[in-house]
Ligand binder design. Structure first.
Ligand code: 13P
Ligand code: SF4
Length: 311
């Protein structure tokens, strides 16, 4: 990239010329959230992709988010600033192993978290995000046997609030698993009135400390509606950008990971996207997210089912 170029201005110009829309997840770096046309949680990003009239979708998030958009909009060009933006949770569920697990359990319906590859979604009955997981699980009759993958923490949490006994895949997110109960308790001593906001991908022991367990959008909404001033936030710290913006005067404290010498409450995959890469992606229309057609035709069904139930 030419030094001295005004990246923000050029990105806006390219979007206009090419009828492109920039969608960003709440975990993106501030500079990306600032320039995105829309920011949201995984569900909102899928809903946006499904209804946009843009010719190009630039998904500033991780690969499974781009795949979901591409599956929903096969005729649009879906770009992602860095193809290496994967997800440890999606990687904890290899498609061939998951398909074998499903085959070994006839009679079970399969619920998959959106943080999965398209190939996993292709052997799934309905996709969920953390916003609609409870609603979708409860849409099944109580005696329906269910498989839930890949996040064991979210699965355990949903089991605990619905009284279900879903069979869980043993997967987890490397960011959310690292929050420390002890460090949150220490912070609570410093800010005794603080409300603790926890994403359900965190371990159960962390969720037990929560005043609210919810998706990124759910935690944001809770903070906006609460009369409290201080909040301890146990999820990827990118969400603080929107929390601070939507709640001026309130104080958001990122929950520290076990090892406070690392920035482990940042998702290294999410943070691969930069303004410079976003500019190059728009300019060269590369890298593009592609999904095998046969897989996409199967994966669209559980995604559409999710959108239908959460409409
Ligand atoms: P949300 O759907 O809550 O935004 O979560 C996405 C994600 O990747 C959590 O780690
Ligand atoms: Fe995946 Fe965890 Fe990053 Fe979310 S925070 S994208 S679950 S690795």
């Amino acid at each position: 990239v030419d030094k001295g170029i005004d990246l923000r201005k050029e990105i806006k110009k390219l979007c206009k010329e090419k009828n492109a829309v920039i969608l960003g997840h709440f975990y993106q770096a501030d500079e990306i959230q600032e320039i995105a046309d829309f920011i949201g949680d995984s569900l909102a990003l899928a809903q946006w992709a499904a209804k946009t009239s843009a010719d190009i979708i630039v998904m500033c998030g991780v690969h499974f988010m781009g795949e979901t958009a591409k599956i929903l909009c096969p005729d649009k060009k879906v770009l992602i600033p860095d193809l290496n933006a994967g997800c440890s949770l999606a990687d904890s569920c290899p498609a061939d192993e998951f398909a074998r697990f499903v085959n070994e359990h006839p009679g079970y319906k399969v619920i998959s978290y959106v943080n999965t590859s398209a190939a996993v979604k292709a052997v799934t009955d309905v996709v969920v995000t953390s916003t609609n997981a409870r609603q979708i699980v409860e849409s099944f009759p109580k005696d329906q046997k269910l498989i839930f993958g890949p996040d064991k923490n979210l699965g355990n949490y949903i089991n605990s609030i619905t009284g279900r006994d879903m069979l869980l895949w043993n997967g987890a997110c490397h960011v959310h698993e690292k929050f420390s109960v002890e460090k949150i308790l220490e912070l609570k001593k410093q800010y005794p009135d603080a409300q603790v906001l926890v994403h359900p991908e965190c371990k159960g022991a962390v969720a037990k400390l929560a005043d609210k367990v919810a998706s990124t959008a759910g935690l944001l909404k809770f903070a906006m509606q609460s009369d409290n001033k201080n909040f301890i936030v146990a999820t990827e710290s990118g969400i603080l950008y929107e929390m601070k913006k939507k709640c001026p005067g309130k104080n958001f404290i990122p929950a520290p990971p076990e090892d406070s010498t690392c920035a482990c409450n940042e998702c290294n995959f999410m943070r691969l996207n930069t303004l410079e890469k976003l500019y190059n992606t728009l300019k060269f229309e590369w890298p593009e997210v592609q999904v095998d057609q046969e897989i996409a035709e199967k994966a669209i069904k559980p995604i559409e089912k999710m959108l239908e139930i959460s409409a």
